[in-house]
Design a protein around this ligand. Structure first.
Ligand SMILES: C[S@@+](CC[C@H](N)C(=O)[O-])C[C@H]1O[C@@H](n2cnc3c(N)ncnc32)[C@H](O)[C@@H]1O
Length: 221
């Protein structure tokens, strides 16, 4: 049994990923929530991790023509579809657990319906922290289950199916982000029908704290 999902699985998926019904029912409500949450933030350099065919990255670029937007994914098939969509976004092949970007390169990092596939979610969260500038925001949306027992059961089933993933609880998401150094500012349920009523996606918003200026202690004389 494999421990992580493989790029070829997503390469195959990319062929029908953009079907309007799939997008409308599954992904657009999540994209809407991320776009709305990002509006109140001043972000000129934005990274979309696990960008897939690039729907969200392209939308963010349209919303903010002045921004530099990069979309990163480990599937060549997904990135081919993304590159055919627009050249206004920088498409980069890379693994979420080893992001091919320098420290502090972005003001905002988003991820939609991809985090559950990352084989080491704590490491991926630390990577989001690393590539964000102090004061920058991470907006990560995926299904959060109501209990760890449910998360574990679904994970076991996904392992048997050969493409393992893990949907965490909201408390686990918060703990991962805080352990990586983030301050979690909100966790908001996203309305989606029909399956989303039972297992709704949740948007976790977190901030990499700004660094306090280093104060030189005054010497007493
Ligand atoms: C369900 S799709 C979501 C795509 C996009 N974010 C959206 O909302 O339309 C999940 C994406 O995560 C990508 N992915 C999965 N594991 C990854 C990893 N370890 N590193 C980078 N991308 C990964 C897949 O290739 C796929 O494109």
């Amino acid at each position: 049994m494999r421990n992580s999902a493989q790029p070829w699985f997503f390469d195959a998926w990319s062929a029908f990923y953009d079907l309007p019904l799939v997008q409308w029912a599954t992904y657009w409500p999540v994209h809407d929530a991320i776009v709305a949450a990002l509006r109140s933030r001043d972000a000129r350099r934005i990274l979309d991790v696990g960008c897939g065919t690039g729907q969200l990255s392209a939308r963010l670029r349209r919303e903010r023509p002045e921004a530099w937007v990069a979309g990163c994914d480990f599937s060549a098939g997904m990135l081919r579809q993304a590159a055919a969509r627009t050249r206004a976004v920088e498409w980069v092949r890379g693994d979420a657990c080893r992001l091919p970007f320098r420290d502090r390169s972005f003001d905002a990092v988003v991820s939609s319906e991809a985090f559950h596939w990352f084989p080491d979610q704590q490491l991926a969260t630390e990577e989001l922290f690393r590539v964000l500038a102090p004061g920058g925001s991470a907006l990560v949306a995926l299904v959060n289950t109501p209990a760890r027992l449910i998360s574990g059961g679904i994970q076991a089933a996904s392992r048997i199916a050969g493409e393992p993933f893990y949907w965490p609880t909201s408390a686990e998401m918060r703990a991962r982000f805080e352990r990586a150094g983030f301050e979690v500012s909100a966790q908001t349920r996203i309305f989606r029908v029909p399956g989303g009523l039972l297992l709704p996606p949740v948007l976790t918003c977190a901030v990499r704290p700004a660094e306090r200026p280093h104060r030189v202690p005054r010497s007493r004389s």
